[in-house]
Design a protein around this ligand. Structure first.
Ligand code: DC
Length: 230
């Protein structure tokens, strides 16, 4: 699939970006690209090596030793590989979320991962989700959505997601992590989380998943003039 269309979905953690982007991508036959997974892979590498994740020199020195690869399996799921190892499950652990947020604040890390993300959009029609896709990575995206919800609603959803995966967590600590990441992702100097000027904001606090999915698919149809496949 060529890179004719790009859709950027940005927003805070837990707003439903990845689940919604995945659904919309499959309905329109686009490739879903989860850019958070790439930052998580760098965060995991720093964590495993015991590197101070805020120390830009130390993290930069590690980057050339990392071979980060993204691949899609037969079910169309994105898998992340770190030096040949499938780390798709390891990067989802809650402590790795914080590591990812820490390393993602470093300009050297962002610059290192930029081309990898743009290449995906050149080669495929993509729905790409992250924090700076509409503002930095794909400023010419045909449609930019800023997806948000209250911190409490997002914590509630994240808790359910973790429970479904058998990961135990409590509401207070999930909410605390979400607030910490909101603050850090929005206040950093390098590509902070903020809506692109030409983005459409969708607040899903009061809208359920099916309603949000229909809203996004309608925006895609209207803005890109594309039809669903199958
Ligand atoms: O979407 P996520 O929760 O998997 O992302 C993990 C962290 O990576 C998040 O705290 C912010 C960072 N990130 C980023 O800075 N830029 C992106 N495009 C995607 C994620």
């Amino acid at each position: 699939m060529n890179g004719q269309y790009a859709i950027a979905i940005d927003g805070p953690s837990g707003a439903g970006k990845s689940s919604l982007a995945r659904r919309c991508a499959s309905r329109f036959g686009f490739l879903y690209v989860d850019t958070g997974a790439i930052y998580r892979t760098v965060g995991l590498a720093a964590f495993r090596r015991g590197i101070d994740r805020r120390d830009e020199a130390a993290v930069s020195a590690m980057l050339p030793e990392l071979e980060i690869r993204m691949a899609y399996n037969e079910q169309g799921e994105q898998r992340m590989y770190l030096n040949g190892e499938d780390v798709s499950a390891a990067i989802r652990m809650p402590e790795i979320s914080l590591c990812a947020s820490d390393v993602s604040a470093l300009p050297a890390v962002r610059a290192y991962l930029l081309e990898m993300q743009r290449k995906m959009a050149r080669e495929h029609n993509v729905i790409m989700d992250g924090r700076d896709i509409g503002t930095v990575v794909l400023p010419d995206a045909e449609l930019k959505i800023f997806l948000t919800a209250s911190a409490e609603a997002r914590a509630e959803r994240r808790l359910k997601e973790l429970a479904a995966k058998g990961v135990e967590a409590d509401f207070a600590s999930v909410l605390r992590d979400i607030r910490y990441r909101d603050e850090q992702d929005s206040s950093r100097a390098a590509a902070p989380l903020r809506p692109a000027r030409d983005s459409v904001t969708v607040d899903t606090t009061e809208i359920d998943f099916a309603g949000s999915e229909e809203l996004l698919c309608r925006l895609i149809r209207e803005k890109l003039g594309v039809e669903e496949i199958g």
